[in-house]
Design a binder for this molecule. Structure first.
Ligand SMILES: [Zn+2]
Length: 83
């Protein structure tokens, strides 16, 4: 499914909310998923997960989803213009 995400302009981490009350910072702490978008670029990413799996990930604090680190993006060879 496609989710609306934000990319931090400082550390380039990508975050997306897993639930309405999700609150998670990027690596440098400049943005949270529910914070102002002034310091972030809106991006859309494809994630292989259902909405209820995202909710459970947040609710049970598994923290497997909701954050795409720059390390992960580099491993996958992602570039912002390709997102
Ligand atoms: Zn950041």
């Amino acid at each position: 499914m496609k989710v609306d995400a934000l990319q931090c302009l400082s550390c380039k981490d990508i975050l997306y909310a897993r639930a309405r009350h999700d609150l998670r910072p990027c690596a440098c702490g400049a943005i949270y998923v529910s914070a102002s978008t002034a310091h972030a670029t809106p991006v859309e990413v494809e994630v292989d997960v259902t909405l209820s799996e995202l909710y459970d990930d947040w609710n049970l604090r598994r923290d497997e989803f909701g954050l795409i680190t720059t390390k992960f993006q580099r491993r996958r060879g992602w570039k912002l213009s390709e997102l």
